[in-house]
Ligand binder design. Sequence first.
Ligand code: ADP
Ligand code: MN
Ligand code: MN
Ligand code: MN
Ligand code: MN
Length: 386
Amino acid sequence: LSSFGQAARPTVAGFFADNEFRSSLKMTRSTQRQAHHRLQVNAVQKAEYIWMDGHEGMKGIHFNEMRSKTKVIQNDIPPGSLDFPDWSFDGSSTGQAEGRFSDCILKPVFTCPDPIRGDPHVFVLCEVLNPDGTPHETNTRHLIKSVLSQDILDEDTLFGFEQEYTMFNKAGKVYGWPESGFPHPQGPFYCGVGLEAVYGRSLVEAHLDACIKAGLKISGINAEVMPGQWEFQIGPAGPLEVGDHVMIARWLLHRLGEDFGITVTFEPKPMEGDWNGAGAHTNYSTKSMRKDGGMKAIEAAIEKLSKRHGEHIQQYGLGNERRLTGKHETANINTFKSGVADRGASIRIPLPVSLAGKGYLEDRRPAANVDPYVVARMLIETTLKN
Ligand code: ADP
Ligand code: MN
Ligand code: MN
Ligand code: MN
Ligand code: MN
């Protein structure tokens, strides 16, 4: 956890947040030390049950936000196990049920260590079910399972999800932006360094450490083109796994933001004008694309994607039309365009992939608030199912 050894940033919010986070880590370490003793008596474990809600008008296909609550479990269940009990919640308070018959069921589907509370505490990611046990309409995860037939499993599909997000302060300004007016025009911020170039790095570092401690397949972070905007990458991972890890990573960003006084949003175009929007480029490959001569399979996939552009766009995030303007490294929402190393394309073939003649493609269309389970399912359906 090297980043916590660094000096606190001299902003008020950053200063307190860093100290607060450091002392919470200390508690975690002593909790770990005590865990041994407790195991011999009666180990108490906090399981944070996490699920996607049903925000009004979003109905699962566009955008989901996170909810969670804690279950105290009297005997440890190891992270990774799915022996956690089903639970329920009041769906009328999350946009997932009517008031009179409002219980929804939480069915554990993925668990990992809780890096904030520390060992033996865990996160329990859940699918939401109706009272009769059928999948809730906001449950997009279960739909992936129905497309994973043996021929699809044999293609061993992999996804790399580039999650962009924007930080806001409590007053509703982009984090680090001046009280009045605007920062410098875009240019020095992407992958920048220095107090004037990047805002909010202490949260970004804490989030990276937390994701690593949770065992998520996080593969990198970078500051984005608009100041106060950042990205983390999850992958390469399978279609269910990438969504599960993205969901936990999103929850962790919101949760750590509480301690840092920072609100994180996945809104696709948080600032109108000459400011980049926030996307979720999805890198995708099949076994056929990754083997020698895989470029043929990549081109065939792009051809199929060109024919279902409208269907994909419809499900690629709420408000994405404000982001996909044809400017700011996007293709216009009404145009399907592919190209090598072309950041103004809908689908980009990365230069190293073009040079090697094999690898993966990048779908640049999804908005930051897209449902990762939906993107993964649609890429599989369009490129591998007739
Ligand atoms: P960009 O240059 O577009 O910013 P990034 O480095 O942010 O690219 O993200 C690239 C993503 O592609 C990473 O998440 C990485 O894990 C993923 N990736 C790499 N190889 C593959 C592959 N064969 N299939 C799917 N995803 C891949
Ligand atoms: Mn109550
Ligand atoms: Mn990237
Ligand atoms: Mn990016
Ligand atoms: Mn990208």
